[in-house]
Design a protein around this ligand. Structure first.
Ligand code: FAD
Ligand code: UDP
Length: 365
């Protein structure tokens, strides 16, 4: 009999397995339907020996010292600040939009103050802000919205920004200075030896028993346990009985090229050209030196693995109904990006798991 069955060995599942095993001294059966740990943050060396992220680029960034300190127990770090360019009107310009983006795109020579005035001139007055179109229009107006956000979002989600919660496009700041980093967080680092190595250390504990290629359905009636922590899609646990929660998926196309580098920076976004949204070159992210290089194209799709919960009110309403069902069952909790149907970054998934451990699991007898 295991004390805990944890479904899913991604950030949420591994953090909780580690906490339960080391702090509560309870036994954990950690399972994943896939053949590896790490969830969507899994990385591995491909056949040419290049470290790649199987499920698309994962760049760690956080303002949360507690999360940073917690993960630092399991990895050393390499400082890495992601810089992204967007291919717009024949230019490769910084995204998030900043002073250099505008000067390069329009051939201006603005300073910061002039850019603030420029934005004031083009921005639309909108109040209250109710969706992702309005939040961008209210900052930079129609033209920049169209060039950078409108069609990228349509490709990524198959929805117009007006159909998505404002928080989606609000992930991308608009800057008036020359800061060309994709993220603004205090800690911007990558696990020195990769994510998978970090996860291995995290769950290396005699109280944790790992089973891969094991779906919850295959063992739920067979292996006894007291409690379940489920980090897969909440609707799948209930066999979709209230309806399917929509998720957006991606298809990744990897290419290894016989050249040292392909592009100048880790990620290049293509807001309106092509069917893919962005190209990642992993060596920029990992710092690896190699004579070859691997790149990945991201093609958004409706079918496939559930990567992104879709931030819309109707979906949250359905999620709430599943959550109400979940609360009726005594020995189960749902957690993580899929379990709570939230567009969480890695650090947020860790913070959520740590809070859940402190506030709930520590009190379990
Ligand atoms: P997951 O990593 O999805 O893990 C859930 C696990 O549960 C999976 O391994 C799955 O196989 C398993 N599972 C599900 N159902 C079952 C079942 N029935 N039986 C057994 N196992 C099951 N975050 C950042 O901070 N920075 C980034 O740059 C970044 N880039 C991203 C890029 C992409 C393309 C995507 C999709 C996400 C990105 N993220 C990024 C978000 C990051 O992936 C998540 O925050 C993180 O993976 C969430 O961890 P999790 O444990 O909640 O979920
Ligand atoms: N986005 C955009 N243009 C860009 C980059 C992002 O319109 O060049 C929008 C798009 O809707 C995207 C969202 O902002 O889904 C969040 O972007 P982010 O890079 O954070 O997405 P993720 O890395 O999570 O896929």
């Amino acid at each position: 009999m295991f004390d805990f069955l944890i479904v899913g060995a991604g950030f949420a599942g591994c953090v909780l397995a580690e906490r339960i095993a080391s702090k509560l001294n309870k036994s954990v059966l950690l399972i994943d339907g896939r053949g590896h740990i790490g969830g969507n943050a899994y990385d591995y060396y491909n056949e040419d020996g290049i470290l790649v992220h199987k499920y698309g680029p994962h760049i760690f960034h956080t303002d949360n010292k507690r999360v940073f300190d917690y993960l630092s127990q399991f990895t050393k770090w390499r400082i890495f600040e992601l810089r992204v360019t967007a291919s717009v009107d024949g230019h490769k310009v910084p995204i998030p939009i900043n002073l250099d983006t505008i000067n390069e795109l329009y051939g201006f020579n603005f300073n910061e103050k002039q850019l603030v005035e420029f934005f004031k001139g083009v921005a639309k007055e909108i109040s209250p802000i109710t969706n992702s179109e309005e939040i961008i229009l209210s900052k930079v107006g129609e033209e920049l919205y169209s060039k950078f956000f409108k069609y990228y979002t349509k490709k990524q989600w198959d929805l117009w920004p007006s159909e998505l919660d404002a928080s989606v496009c609000a992930r991308i700041p608009i800057r008036t200075n020359r800061d060309n980093r994709y993220f603004s967080d205090k800690y911007q680092v990558m696990p020195k030896h990769g994510y998978t190595e970090m996860f291995k250390k995290m769950i290396n504990h005699p109280n944790i028993h790992l089973m891969l290629q094991t779906d919850f359905l295959a063992i739920k009636e067979i292996i006894p346990y007291k409690y379940i922590i489920y980090t897969g899609p909440i609707d799948s646990f209930f066999n979709y009985k209230l309806g399917k929660l929509p998720y957006r998926s991606l298809r990744f196309s990897f290419q290894t090229l016989d050249q040292e580098y392909f592009q100048d920076t880790g990620i290049v976004n293509y807001p309106y050209e092509y069917d893919f949204t962005r190209i990642t070159e992993f060596k920029h992210l990992t710092g690896q030196k190699h004579t070859k290089t691997t790149i990945a194209f991201e093609y958004p799709t409706a079918q496939g693995e559930p990567y992104y919960p879709i931030p819309q009110a109707s979906n949250w309403n359905l999620y709430q109904k599943y959550q109400t069902e979940a609360e009726k069952i005594k020995n189960i909790w749902f957690i993580g990006r899929l379990g709570t149907y939230q567009y969480l970054n890695m650090d947020q998934a860790v913070a959520q798991a740590l809070d859940f451990f402190e506030n709930t699991l520590k009190k379990v007898k």
